[in-house]
Design a protein around this ligand. Sequence first.
Ligand code: VGL
Ligand code: ZN
Length: 201
Amino acid sequence: MRMASGALIAIDVQNDFCPGGALAVPEGDAIIARINALMPDYSVVVLTQDWHPPNHSSFASTHGAAPFSEIAMPYGQQTLWPDHCVQGSEGARLHDDLHTDPADLIIRKGFRAGIDSYSAFFENDKTTPTGLHGYLSERGITDVTFVGLALDFCVAWSALDAARLGYKVSVLEGACRAIDLNGSLAEARRAMRDAGVSLQD
Ligand code: VGL
Ligand code: ZN
């Protein structure tokens, strides 16, 4: 069903989040064919791209810390990741199988050294905007559907922000895959349900 007011937002379908990548999400590439097939059903298609400078503050290596540990940042707790999606690297490229021609907009995030951005709408301080809300508003979008990687981090944070901004939000879980770090998947699902996000297959 094509909805004039509906946008498909495919989060971070990049080499580093797929098998063989620096922060590989199990079966991360298994969702790509379905995402491609969904694109014609939406009037707006947006892709996001995690896009970090070398030595980004979300990288464990920047702090001499262990990957998947946490540190306190001025904006709150931050999980530290293996180096990933470094600007211009092969790992940062959108996966070759993902159709990019149908995309109206490709939005990059996480490009400021001192702050991470899981959400497609706001950086991790939850206040610095990426500009996506302005874009979707001007395009007359009221309904957003999320797919992509990772369900329990960038997809969930994006969906929660979208709900907070007043969009009608769906997440197609079958077109997502999760990292599932210390119960993060169950927690993300609970938070999305509480926020009124429609979790679908
Ligand atoms: C993501 C961790 C770090 C994601 C991005 O796309 O979910 N996760 N950077
Ligand atoms: Zn990242």
